[in-house]
Design a protein around this ligand. Structure first.
Ligand SMILES: [Zn+2]
Ligand SMILES: [Zn+2]
Length: 347
């Protein structure tokens, strides 16, 4: 076989011609000289094949990925090394260079290209929703039969912010659009329902309580029949807090834990623990808040009895000794509660 172009007969042939003649017109990398991309100016999401993708990646990275997406490499090339560089930004145009090295049948080939990536700024649908104040869910934090205390308000704000910050990485609508501080509680307006649900779950883990969800139809597109709902989710946290005294059925107990599923109490008389699920919350009666506990003095301490001053009569009052009273000393001021004419020290 000899090459019809150069006449040589001792070279490897590629199709009808020798490798040297083939390589004269061969280009292993192709890239357009000018590439347009549409990028959201708020979140840097890129419009790609009908979708907005890759939000929150830096502009430089958007340009590099655009170059990579537009490079077409011949299959016959091996061990390629492609070096991309943004030489300079000229307004919205990135002037880029592509240096490529590849192996073709054992020969090293080097190619060099200049390409412009033009960034067209736009606003993606998520960002335009956020800019217009869009929200899908309102979380209403309330306390049952009392006001929220400052610590609860602060804890709730922190939970809302931390969940949304985490969610924002994958959910562009995970934003707090508005927070309304009302006398009866706090309302959080959240962009996305999905992330709003995550927030409510975390609030429930922290505070317990009763959750009620009420969707309302906001609008309906007559032509498509598509309905837009907005959901109000209320979380009513319990009237009692840790340390308070409650009554449930025939038990009088102190609140020792509150979680997403139930509240846990310690029976004053028997020291046995009992729990009440949120489904039965309404049957729990608050007897006394811990800040309202009466105080009294310990006057003597025996192996079988703790003697306190009856705060009503100022006479001595005997309480059966328990292990948990061991650290109480004569002269200590302790909290007590009177239930069914009996006093119980509260540790
Ligand atoms: Zn040839
Ligand atoms: Zn955006």
């Amino acid at each position: 076989m000899f090459c019809p172009e150069c006449g040589s007969s001792d070279k490897e042939m590629i199709g009808d011609i020798c490798i040297d003649c083939f390589l004269k017109n061969y280009q292993f990398l192709e890239i357009p000289q000018h590439i347009n991309i549409t990028v959201c100016k708020h979140c840097n999401a890129k419009y790609y094949k009908g979708n907005w993708i890759d939000e929150n990646i830096p502009e430089e990275e958007v340009i590099y990925r655009t170059l990579e997406d537009n490079i077409h490499l011949d299959d016959k090339i091996e061990n390629e090394i492609i070096d991309l560089e943004i030489r300079q930004m000229r307004g919205t145009i990135a002037e880029c260079t592509i240096d490529a090295i590849g192996e073709f049948k054992g020969r090293e080939l080097i190619e060099h290209y200049n390409t412009e990536v033009q960034i067209k700024n736009s606003t993606c649908p998520n960002c335009s929703k956020i800019a217009s104040g869009y929200y899908e869910v309102v979380i209403q934090l309330r306390a049952d039969d009392r006001e929220l205390n400052p610590k609860e308000k602060e804890d709730a704000d922190n939970i809302v912010n931390s969940v949304l910050n985490k969610q924002y990485k994958k959910d562009k609508l995970a934003v707090l659009q508005e927070k309304a501080k009302l006398k009866e509680g706090t309302d959080y307006y959240i962009g996305s329902y999905k992330s709003g649900k995550k927030v409510i779950n975390r609030l429930r883990d922290h505070f317990g309580g009763i959750i009620k969800e009420s969707p309302r139809l906001i609008s309906e597109d007559k032509s498509t029949g598509k309905k837009l709902y907005r959901v109000w989710i209320s979380i009513r946290i319990p009237k009692f807090q840790l340390g308070d005294i409650i009554k449930y059925q025939n038990n009088i107990g102190q609140v020792i834990d509150i979680n997403a599923d139930k509240s846990l109490f310690c029976d004053l008389k028997t020291d046995k623990h009992f729990s009440v699920s949120w489904a039965h919350y309404e049957e729990v009666e608050l007897i006394e808040k811990k800040e309202d506990f009466q105080k009294t003095m310990v006057i003597s301490k025996f192996s079988s009895t703790l003697q306190i001053l009856n705060p009503e009569t100022y006479l001595e009052y005997n309480i059966e000794m328990k292990d948990k009273y061991k650290n109480i000393n004569i002269g200590d001021e302790i909290n007590i509660i009177k239930v069914n004419n009996e006093f119980y020290p509260l540790i």
